[in-house]
Write a protein that binds this ligand. Structure first.
Ligand code: SF4
Length: 354
């Protein structure tokens, strides 16, 4: 059997232009590249045999020379509210989590960008075992495609993408940029950049790269603390990129792209949820039209944190709003399933020691 490629010859990671060049190298007309892209991403084919407009010898040659692997479903959990968590397997048997979330506007899909994560945030299940490997652009795009496949049964499609699952997407920048092109292209999944959110723990140089890329996606910065000492105790990345670099770069992103930046703030009882922290946060990010998304803590067995009482959450919100900052509380979706990112994959592997 032909070996599946995860690399430069992986057709699932190629843009239309790259596929056109590949088909030319194969002695085929250039338009076959765009045809292949369309069949891969608009129709979601699982093999070359499903391209009826191609002659059989071409289908066979491509299957031999450029085999591709679509994600395989290992497990799915569906909550009463429609939130659906998928554990998907890649060609090398590594697994990723992808979550479908219902909204008033339709469905969003939250995709992973790495297997594991190197950032080591203290509240996160995904970072417990470090980074195993990067995902390719095709593996990211295929999570969106798989979401469409699942939603077809509900007569729906993915209308927004959050690159917020397992991994730090800006630590996999090249593949992320390629993924954005794949997801955006009108001959494929045709998603507006405005409907794609990229989340980061705060890799400042990569935020600059994204700002200057001409791809105006929504940026979500995982802040979780309003001062360096507290943030460093929760997020080791703050040592390399402290707040006096992260906040000005977030402002630069907003100015360069014209997009509102969202700051994610996980509320941990008696850690970062006090009135003092709310005022500090208001002073830190006021004045450039940023948005704050407060996230109620979803308990993870491996971590000692407790959720903030609802009254603390509301008080925190109203203080932040006093600074003229738009501030919402994230809806809790999929409560009865392993909803925090990384939990499903960890449970499928051996237990993690406390
Ligand atoms: S919160 Fe995000 S960046 Fe931090 S360890 Fe988890 S996956 Fe990585």
């Amino acid at each position: 059997m032909a070996k599946i490629r995860i690399g430069p010859d992986d057709v699932l990671s190629m843009t239309v232009e790259e596929l056109e060049r590949l088909m030319e190298r194969e002695g085929q007309p250039r338009f076959r590249g765009a045809q292949l892209f369309e069949w891969l991403w608009r129709h979601g084919i699982g093999s070359y045999e499903e391209i009826p407009v191609w002659p059989k010898p071409l289908r066979q040659r491509m299957a031999q020379e450029y085999p591709f692997h679509r994600l395989r479903l290992v497990e799915s959990q569906r909550a009463h509210d429609g939130t659906t968590k998928l554990l998907l397997e890649m060609a090398d048997k590594q697994r990723v989590e992808t979550v479908l979330l219902p909204h008033r506007f339709g469905y969003s899909v939250c995709i992973s960008s790495q297997v594991g994560c190197a950032m080591g945030c203290k509240f996160c299940a995904s970072g417990l075992k470090g980074r195993v490997r990067q995902l390719s652009a095709g593996e990211m795009a295929d999570q969106v495609s798989f979401g469409n496949h699942v939603l077809a049964e509900r007569q729906a499609r993915v209308s927004r993408v959050d690159v917020m699952g397992i991994g730090e997407p800006l630590d996999n920048l090249e593949a992320l940029m390629q993924f954005l092109e794949l997801a955006h292209h009108s001959q494929g999944m045709n998603l507006s950049y405005r409907h794609i959110t990229v989340s980061t723990s705060g890799l400042v140089p990569a935020i600059k790269h994204l700002a200057d890329s001409g791809k105006p996606v929504t940026l979500a910065v995982s802040l979780h603390a309003p001062n360096d000492a507290l943030r460093l105790s929760l997020m080791p990345v703050n040592r390399a990129y402290p707040l006096d670099q992260l906040i000005p770069m977030s402002r630069y992103y907003a100015e360069k792209t014209g997009r509102r930046v969202t700051f994610e703030y996980l509320l941990l009882k008696d850690v970062n949820d006090g009135e003092k922290e709310a005022h500090e946060l208001g002073r830190l990010i006021g004045g450039f039209g940023a948005h704050v998304n407060l996230i109620p803590w979803n308990p993870v067995a491996e971590h000692p944190f407790q959720p903030s009482p609802k009254a603390h959450v509301r008080r925190f919100q109203s203080i932040v709003q006093e600074y003229g900052i738009s501030c919402t509380i994230r809806r809790e979706l999929g409560q009865e399933i392993d909803a925090a990112c990384g939990q499903l994959r960890l449970r499928e592997e051996e237990p993690v020691s406390p």
